[in-house]
Design a protein around this ligand. Structure first.
Ligand SMILES: [Zn+2]
Ligand SMILES: [Zn+2]
Length: 173
């Protein structure tokens, strides 16, 4: 069982330029809000792999990897959905080389692991959380779950009364 951590002191690793270290840590993930629905991460604590390399010039190159299960309603049929999300994120913290190379998650040599993990998970989510990739959604007429109803589910639409009137006229001639 990896040690739980919210942050990681990069300076304390005392890496020399070009040296790298792989660290296994447990991270707690906050629930997410998407399209007005709340999605929990279950379990909220996941094992993460952090790769830290010391760059020349005193900076750090970082990679964060973990898997998390997101739990909430399917965006098509509202049934429970629990997709497993693969997260693989990278950051660079290179002091003195401009904002682009200054990770917002590294402040004074301290990595905000929990904040980075939360944002990286949000970015790794698919555009739609689905109960299954081929979810058939809900019937637009009656709201039935089409995954359960099957492809034969349809409604006999009552004919438009105006057409019925036309048909009568034709009959009279
Ligand atoms: Zn669905
Ligand atoms: Zn229907």
């Amino acid at each position: 069982m990896a040690l739980r951590a919210d942050s990681l002191d990069l300076v304390a690793l005392r890496l020399t330029a070009g040296e790298a270290r792989r660290i296994e840590l447990a991270v707690v993930l906050d629930s997410l809000e998407l399209g007005g629905e709340r999605y929990a991460v279950t379990p909220p604590q996941v094992d993460a792999t952090v790769d830290v390399s010391k760059t020349t010039g005193g900076g750090h190159a970082l990679r964060l990897r973990f898997q998390a299960r997101v739990d909430g309603p399917c965006m098509r049929c509202l049934a429970p959905a629990q997709p497993l999300i693969d997260v693989d994120a990278r950051e660079v913290s290179q002091p003195g080389l401009g904002d682009e190379l200054q990770s917002p998650y590294v402040v004074d040599g301290e990595l905000d692991l929990r904040g980075w993990a939360r944002d990286a998970l949000a970015l790794a989510l698919p555009t739609q959380i689905l109960c299954r990739p081929e979810c058939a959604g809900m019937c637009a007429v009656c709201g039935a779950n089409l995954n359960e109803e099957g492809p034969d589910h349809r409604h006999e639409l009552s004919p438009d009364p105006r057409w019925a009137k036309l048909a009568e006229l034709k009959f009279d001639q």
